[in-house]
Write a protein that binds this ligand. Structure first.
Ligand code: GLN
Length: 533
């Protein structure tokens, strides 16, 4: 089958959940046996979101091949189990950089470089992915931002041209919002009509409309939208608020979204797939009753800042039949005096990743408290580094132990900068990024959790465990049970005498999916429940 292209855009307001819709479309087509990929095009100028503050943009997600990307790629992977790469994340900045580099190289032979056609051609080239398009039956492209934004205009122009060039091999899906006006007691379709008009003004007629709504839309409203917007009635689908984002694919399937898309491509629809594993997961989610309270010790009090960690805990909980209630504890507020009170009643504590000095002493105090009170503790990246520093200060007797990141002159640099990172001055994309192999020590807790001797996990950090201290740690009870086979960098520490006290230098949260929650998260939740699952 010739590769088909689906373009997902959003109108009216932002935050409608385009990422969830794109993931759901991917999931439904995959359930029909098609090979899919989903890519995100973001209109901002940053080359990638790696240097963006989590308050601005939520979590930075990392692909196996080491690209720092938008958190929507996390949804794509969790919903569909696909593994994305650097090709799946493109920003205006990257587009311009490619074009400008080419211009400096003389590739344009003295031509004037313009948004149309040079920028739009580069956008089209990346949307088409000719290098690997034959690997997929469907390439779903989600465009960030909202119709009408100045920044997204070149992307819309690229979609317009592609729809013209690809004919029946391209479909446009547009997500809009139908607000409910309480005073009038009415659901309003006018913003949707305007958004579609705006698209039509750019030369794009959407094929499918998905209406986000807080209340159920009657058939009357759907037909009104259909006739005002030149869209078939079966192509107007509603996306009501649901208790869980993972119910969205099923809700879309019930309304025939995947069938409507296939018909637009003139592909025979066939039987509706049962998606049994997905339904099993949803049932588990509905019937999960035990509540398990997990404390997240971090510095970004924002849901999206630790998106993949939250989802990984949530998915592992469901797998274990439990509802994970996550509570954020600002590490800046933690002191030796209040730590007992702040961590009171948590079945487990997760010490979050992060950068910079702010809030680290609180993380260290939390790590000491949970270690000495034998509370299941999971430290990720900076969280693991803080476990290591705490252990040095309070067990190895190195009271001034620190990370080189926090104190450049520390005499006991138990966490140090890597040799090849020392002279780096450029911040973007220069950390240790992406998947690296890790060998697990036989007989360790992590080896029994993974049930494998060699694993591969994704990284995003500049600092490392300092191997000069390794024997000291091991003889005092903190074991370095995961190491990189080539560089011998320490990737995992654990305290076997504690119930569950594990820190990972890598980010396991990036590879947890709905149908395969990550074993470390499952094991952590299982320890907090004091049962095996
Ligand atoms: N700041 C630490 C480092 O660069 C940890 C990074 C992280 O938690 N992702 O090594």
């Amino acid at each position: 089958m010739q590769t088909k292209y689906i373009f997902v855009t959003g109108g009216v307001v932002s935050s409608l959940g385009k990422g969830i819709i794109s993931s759901s479309i991917g999931k439904l087509l995959q359930a029909r046996g098609y090979r899919i990929t989903i890519q995100k095009f973001d209109p901002y100028i940053n080359i990638d979101p790696g240097t963006l503050n989590p308050y601005e943009h939520g979590e930075c997600y990392v692909t196996n091949d080491g690209m720092e990307t938008d958190l929507d790629l996390g949804h794509y992977e969790r919903f569909t189990g696909i593994r994305t790469t650097r090709n799946n994340s493109v920003t205006t900045g990257r587009i311009y950089k490619t074009v400008i580099d080419r211009e400096r190289h003389g590739d344009y032979l003295g031509k004037t470089i313009q948004v149309v056609p040079h920028i739009t051609d580069e956008i089209k080239r990346r949307m088409l992915r000719q290098e690997d398009s034959t690997d997929y039956d469907f390439i779903i492209t989600e465009v960030g931002g909202t119709i009408g934004d100045i920044e997204s205009a070149p992307f819309m122009e690229a979609i317009r041209q592609l729809r013209w060039e690809l004919g029946r091999n391209a479909v446009s899906v547009h997500l809009t919002y139908v607000p409910y006006l309480k005073a009038a007691g009415e659901l309003k379709t006018k913003p949707t009509q305007h958004s579609v008009k705006e698209m039509q003004g750019m030369g794009i007629q959407p094929d499918i409309l998905i209406l986000r709504t807080e209340l159920h839309l009657s058939d009357g409203i759907r037909s009104k939208v259909a006739s005002f917007c030149n869209v078939d009635l079966e192509c107007v689908v509603q996306s009501e608020d649901l208790p869980s984002i993972y119910e969205v694919p099923v809700n879309m399937q019930k309304q025939g979204l995947d069938a409507a898309i296939l018909r637009k491509f003139a592909i025979p629809v066939g039987e509706t797939p049962a998606m049994l594993p997905w339904h099993e997961f949803l049932n588990k989610q509905k019937t999960a009753t035990t509540i398990v309270r997990i404390g997240l010790v971090g510095k970004y009090d924002l849901q999206d800042a630790y998106k993949s960690i939250r989802e990984s805990l949530n998915l592992a909980g469901i797998y274990c039949g439990a509802k994970v209630k996550m509570e954020f504890i600002n590490s800046e507020a933690i002191t030796k005096q209040n730590v007992g009170e702040l961590l009171e009643g948590f079945a487990g504590v997760l010490i979050c990743p992060g950068f910079g000095q702010r809030g680290i002493e609180g993380k260290i105090i939390a790590a000491e408290y949970t270690r000495t009170h034998d509370i299941p503790t999971f430290g990720i990246c900076l969280g693991m580094q803080m476990m290591v520093i705490e252990f040095a200060r309070n067990v190895l007797g190195l009271s001034d132990a620190n990370s080189r990141e926090m104190d450049a002159d520390t005499p006991h640099n138990v966490i140090d900068i890597m040799e090849d990172q020392k002279n780096i001055t450029n911040m973007g994309g220069t950390m240790r990024l992406g998947a690296y192999a890790c060998e697990l020590r036989e007989g360790s807790k992590v080896a029994s959790i993974y049930k494998e001797a060699m694993i591969s996990e994704r990284h995003r950090h500049r600092y490392e465990f300092n191997n000069d201290y390794l024997t000291d740690y091991e003889s005092h009870g903190m074991q370095c049970v995961g190491t990189n086979p080539e560089s011998h960098l320490v990737e995992i520490v654990e305290i076997p005498d504690n119930r569950w006290y594990i820190g990972t230098q890598f980010h396991p949260e990036y590879s947890s999916t709905v149908l395969r929650p990550h074993p470390l998260f499952v094991s952590f939740i299982s320890a907090t429940l004091q049962s095996s699952c």
